[in-house]
Design a protein around this ligand. Structure first.
Ligand code: S3P
Length: 181
């Protein structure tokens, strides 16, 4: 078995919703690094960015990623920016199965708006969030390329995506067992 299943991807790709359902399917616990950071500071992500600065958020994110990766049998959903950090990438890849959830910029924006999540994502604030999403995604191509598998979420429900990811996990386990490792 992989130590953990890590979900990466842009905001609005469905990591939290899919992660919770996937954890239920696998009988594993669910860890959301954004939630852990919010608990640690006792304030929202928007307030952390505003009052403590992005550097403080990223430092806490590195810490929370390291703590999560020290444990096993968890589905770990990391914030969209976590894989940008080289050290985070190394930890996420160390013995874990990394799955990226994909969605188009238009869908991402629609989902964030529907969940009033746009205000909660300080990096997407401003009067042209679609351009911001496009440029951030383009800048993160390399960071997001660490995924062992990519799952498309466009036009699909979280349960449907969670089912596909659990099949990916099963396929991975069978492949590892098949090679006798
Ligand atoms: C961020 C994504 C957010 C959160 C923070 C920064 C990013 O997480 O960590 O606002 O850099 O893309 P979600 O991907 O869960 O929205």
């Amino acid at each position: 078995m992989p130590g953990n299943v890590v979900l990466i991807g842009f905001s609005g790709s469905g990591k939290s919703a899919v992660g919770q359902l996937l954890a239920e399917r696998l009988g594993w616990s669910f860890v959301d690094t954004d939630e852990a950071i919010v608990r640690r500071f006792g304030k929202s992500i928007a307030a952390i960015f505003r009052e403590e600065g992005e550097a403080a958020f990223r430092a806490a994110e590195r810490d929370v990623v390291a703590l999560a990766c020290a444990d096993a049998r968890q589905v770990i959903s990391v914030g969209g920016g976590a894989p940008v950090d080289r050290g985070n990438r190394a930890r996420l890849l160390d013995g874990n199965l990394v799955v990226r959830l994909e969605a188009s910029p238009e869908t991402i924006l629609a989902r964030l708006r529907a969940a009033s999540g746009a205000e909660e994502r300080p990096l997407l604030a401003g009067d042209d969030p679609l351009s911001r999403i496009r440029s951030l995604r383009a800048a993160r191509v390399e960071a997001y390329a660490i995924a062992h598998h990519v799952v498309e979420t466009e036009g699909r429900t979280p349960p449907d995506v969670a089912r596909e990811v659990s099949e990916v996990v099963r396929g991975f386990v069978e492949a590892v067992e098949g090679t006798g490792r």
